[in-house]
Design a binder for this molecule. Structure first.
Ligand code: ZN
Length: 422
């Protein structure tokens, strides 16, 4: 059949090869550079099928007009044989599991992957709930093996930019583990979870594909298409796979590898990409007022100790909220009723002080007895406890005594609640 199709001479040149159809198992895609030529190919295919008593299912066959946005879709009517059934023109087609839309934006592909990955994350969260508790490494492993493979499917092809629908899933997974709500500043929990971001995983996938492609047999179609893609970028500056790889390799200072088409050390690339993530994270976090405290006590992008220990879920959530400036103390809740910052004072003691994290943890006299017990327990973590600033204290506590800190915060937070809402 392919021979007969090629015999028509209606082929599209790719490098020194010519292509008119891609066949995989029981699936065939015809490629032509004009509607008339495509109709001719369809007729040849239809005749061949008739001869060998194959039946083409018109409802499962579609035509897609790939083009740049300003151009309008063709109004050509494609038919299976003269007076035969019409093949509909559609704006996208699923080929080998990937939706290829008419402008090759991959928006449909990523939306579909997003909803599948959302379901995968939902079932993972249900597992967590049915188990009651789950450690950081188990949770990370499950995310990487249940959700990432769905989210990253063929990302080497489309992963050259960010997609909200997929980033939302990445953030939701981290929010669930840290126990914070959806309005929590993203840079807070991202820095504490220390996961490789979507973009890093996609860049690594693209580099792996690059490594595979440059080592492929030079006579194979896939290699020719790859070289053609490289040429397209070189001559027309097209945004394609080659431009994505070029951008990644520039970021890694490996421009020469792009020019010479050499293999990339993926683990080195990953390390370097994570350094970039850390730099960006620090920049963004520093700009957020809410993350004031966080910026003072967190310096390195990476899994935080209190998340690594199997701390009670509620305590973990309180510690996260405390770090990210969203613990519902008056300094935070006052925002919702437009209270002036200086007016958001603690209603439990009579000091007329703003009820912020520092006041809540270290100053408010209402929690004196709990605080005494707590300080007794943690004093041994440093020799100079009494000379430390509040931020230095918190840094030490999160680093060395996260368990005790979690218990203390839970104790006084529940006590506060019982006092306020009795
Ligand atoms: Zn107070």
């Amino acid at each position: 059949m392919i021979k007969e199709l090629k015999y028509t001479g209606l082929v599209v040149p790719v490098d020194d090869l010519t292509v008119c159809a891609l066949a995989y198992a029981d699936d065939i895609a015809l490629i032509a550079d004009s509607p008339e030529n495509l109709q001719k190919l369809i007729s040849v295919l239809n005749d061949w099928c008739k001869k060998w008593r194959f039946v083409i299912n018109p409802s499962k066959s579609n035509v897609v007009h790939y083009r740049n946005p300003p151009k309008v879709q063709t109004n050509f009517i494609f038919q299976l044989g003269d007076n035969g059934p019409v093949i509909d023109i559609t704006d996208n087609y699923k080929y080998l599991g990937v939706y290829l839309d008419q402008y090759l934006t991959f928006s449909k592909a990523t939306t579909v992957l997003g909803s599948a990955a959302g379901r995968a994350l939902g079932s993972m969260i249900n597992k967590y709930k049915s188990m009651g508790e789950m450690g950081y490494s188990t949770y990370t492993k499950l995310f990487e093996s249940l959700v990432c493979p769905v989210m990253d499917y063929s990302s080497a092809i489309w992963g050259g930019k960010s997609y909200d629908c997929l980033d939302n899933i990445f953030n939701r997974a981290q929010r669930f583990f840290t126990g914070v709500h959806r309005l929590c500043p993203i840079d807070g929990y991202t820095g504490d979870m220390g996961w490789a971001t979507n973009r890093v995983r996609w860049k690594i996938d693209a580099l792996r594909l690059w490594n595979r492609l440059i080592q492929t047999d030079k006579n194979r179609l896939v290699y020719k298409v790859f070289q053609w893609d490289m040429t397209c970028h070189r001559t027309d500056n097209k945004a394609n796979f080659a431009s994505n790889i070029k951008q990644i390799l520039c970021q890694l200072d490996l421009k020469k590898c792009y020019k010479d088409q050499t293999v990339i050390d993926v683990s080195y690339a990953r390390e370097q990409l994570m350094k970039g993530v850390e730099k960006d994270w620090k920049n963004y976090a520093n700009k957020k007022v809410k993350l004031d405290l966080y910026n003072n006590i967190k310096t390195k992008y990476g899994a935080e100790k209190y998340l690594l220990l199997n701390i009670d879920k509620y305590e973990k959530s309180l510690l996260s909220q405390l770090r990210y400036g969203i613990l519902p103390l008056r300094v935070e809740t006052g925002r919702f009723c437009n209270e002036k910052r200086e007016g958001r004072v603690c209603t439990l003691c009579s000091t007329n002080t703003v009820e912020n994290v520092e006041h809540f943890l270290f100053e408010c006299s209402v929690y004196d007895s709990q605080r005494l017990q707590f300080i007794d327990k943690v004093r041994d973590c440093t020799d100079n406890w009494d000379t430390l600033t509040y931020n230095e204290c918190l840094t030490k506590l999160f680093e060395l005594k996260p368990r005790a800190l979690g218990k203390y915060v839970k104790d006084i937070f529940l006590y506060r609640r019982s006092k306020l809402y009795k």
